[in-house]
Ligand binder design. Sequence first.
Ligand code: NAP
Ligand code: MG
Length: 515
Amino acid sequence: MLPEFVNTPFTDFSKDDNRKAMTEALARVEAQLGRTYPLVIGGREVMTEDKITSLNPSQFDQVVGTFAKGGREHAEQAVVVADETFKMWSRIPAEDRARYLLKAAAIMKRRRYDLAAWMVFEVGKSWPEADGDVAEAIDFLEFYGREMMRYAAPQPVTPYPGEENELYYMPLGVGVVIPPWNFPLAITVGMTSAAIVTGNTVILKPASTAPAIAYQFVEIMKEAGLPAGVLNFVPGSGGQMGDTLVGHPRTRFIAFTGSKEVGLHIHELAAKTQEGQIWIKRTILEMGGKDFIVVDSSADLEAAADGIVASAFGFQGQKCSACSRAILVDDIYDAVLEKVVERARKITVGPTKDQAHWMGPVVDKAAFENILKYIEIGTGEGKLALGGEKGPAQGYFIMPTIIQDVPENARIAQEEIFGPVLAVIRARDFEHAVAIANGTEFGLTGGLYSGDRSHLEYGRRELFCGNLYFNRKCTGALVGVQPFGGFNMSGTDSKAGGRDYLGLFLQAKSVTERF
Ligand code: NAP
Ligand code: MG
């Protein structure tokens, strides 16, 4: 019997042994940078003329890896292989499928420093952020493995005289998995493993800025013994490769996490019935956010400032859950703003290979330029309280930026920036603060710092977001503990890491025999 699921503990980097292990892993991984990687279709390695280059955003003359870049024909081949493999994989008993995940989790635990090191180089995560990403990936494997065993058990139906009735869950078919680069291991592993353990076959199109860490996962699944063709790896341009896979008549479902714009595009394309298509495609779409932390007059202001800074600037603000709006009620506005600025000013920014840097670079040139553009817009809409400038020139560094006195309907208070930019908004009173918090098209995460029970209860009912936190930061959801997903334009609220999640990758069949 399996032990009950527990979350993987984070690594304590204040311990000498752990620091040493991470330093060694960074050296090991750095020695492997610059390699060339193939597509993997049906277990076959395929090279292409066209390439994707993954760079280290902390030092952009360092190539992390060069990847074969698939085109339409590779997308087509991958669907054919996945479709064929489905006939076999869908018949493998659920328990057997679950064990591939448990085995992969065990491999990841043994390799956790190396996996973290890949993300330090590929996307500029700090040590603790990279470690958290690996821990979450392990958690998804452990959690969904157990969940599949639960879903495979006989499902309760109402007894009916003279008949045997049963209901069981079966897989859907070929799934396309499209992850973002910001949790390039955890989210990739989460969506892919959920699709596989439920008996589907997968075509994984990694984010073009983070294919190297995705490839590490593909290798681990192979080492765990996953049969060829169950997981196919096809890096390619989001537009071309993505559209071909999503639009294919044999694609049964799409699991996507990324921006609102791409999510809506996938939703629309998947809804269009193609010639020869015999099902309604299912989509699981988790998208952006404009997340808030509200602070009222009764709050512990020190704790609130800590929570705002950690949520706004952790991983350079590039989390879908990042706090991008601090909504402060009038009488504590100045005090909290001052504490937030004071803390953010002390943040160290630089290449994250060095443990001393709490904040690293933003992911690439496009992000860098987009964030700087928003800072310019924001300084016209509010008043710059901190930052606004670039960091060290060898990478895509932007200093922690705080813009105060931002009107609630300003662009930087409404549009997702996805970088280290915090808009501080003044509310007349608590109810006004809640109205401001709810006043965007998104609804992913939010926080409330309050010592007032009636405010906490009001917020519990009225604050509209998928993941709401009281008196703590609004990032860092744990698998199983805080199932994750958002409302409105933040997505389909699939609640990754929750007990409903695998149901999204399954269909239920009712069978009756009359005796
Ligand atoms: P993105 O630009 O939307 O890209 C996400 C993925 O979609 C990438 O693999 C991308 O490939 C692919 N893609 C692009 N165009 C496509 C198309 N036409 N068809 C199919 N796929 C296509 O998002 P991102 O910059 O990677 O990630 C940041 C966003 O993700 C933010 O908005 C953030 O809030 C959101 N996010 C949400 C959650 C959540 O749980 N709600 C979690 C994490 C992140 P290429 O890389 O090749 O373009
Ligand atoms: Mg990169």
